[in-house]
Design a protein around this ligand. Structure first.
Ligand code: HEC
Length: 165
């Protein structure tokens, strides 16, 4: 009897470890905050008089439709040196996330061999909700329009530490 109870306890511990409610947390939970943060204004708002720049205006125009709410960013401690130096090259691995709590989503940038990898993840279970539809705001190709071009505003494919011009 005692043994059966023991086995049951182990089994339920195992269940708790794998079932949804005890989702272990997100890889960025203990990272420090980056500079990118703020409210995402409603569609039609001009952010330039409010101290925003052209790329932020474009970001609002592309993402206001999904009503993403306020956001914060977090930077991997391993990437922090590059982030602070506004470096061109980031170390391989996870780089940064932009967190939108009210829509259960994060934008994620990783680096591999100096090149960026973009993704969109659900906060609640870490699964990807990136889109493969051409032109979709959550398609990684759309991320590149700002993070990899836009007059070179974002150095090293990271935007929040840019010089505001
Ligand atoms: C229209 C331009 C634009 C697009 C498209 C865009 N971003 Fe960004 N992203 C920005 C800007 C600007 C910031 C900084 C916001 C701020 O300064 O408050 C930023 C910040 C971030 C950050 C925080 C780290 C950093 O770079 O500062 C991540 C991570 C990120 N974006 C990933 C993505 C991903 C993934 C996508 C595609 C799903 C995407 N972005 C699409 C412009 C864009």
């Amino acid at each position: 009897m005692k043994k059966a109870f023991f086995t049951l306890t182990i089994f339920s511990l195992f269940l708790m470890g794998t079932a949804g409610p005890s989702f272990a947390g997100n890889y960025w939970d203990n990272w420090a905050e980056g500079k990118a943060k703020g409210p995402m204004p409603d569609c039609g708002v001009n952010v330039l008089p409010l101290g925003g720049d052209d790329i932020l205006q474009e970001t609002v125009d592309i993402y206001c439709g999904i009503k993403p709410g306020s956001y914060t960013s977090k930077i991997n401690p391993k990437a922090m040196k590059a982030y602070k130096a506004q470096a061109k090259y980031y170390p391989d691995g996870k780089t940064a996330v932009l967190i939108f709590p009210s829509i259960d989503a994060v934008f994620a940038t990783d680096h591999k061999n100096g090149k960026p990898i973009y993704n969109v993840l659900k906060i609640s279970d870490g699964t990807s909700i990136a889109s493969s539809e051409p032109g979709h705001p959550l398609n990684p190709e759309t991320c590149a329009k700002c993070h990899a071009s836009f007059d070179g505003v974002c150095v090293g494919y990271v935007c929040g530490n840019r010089e505001i011009r």
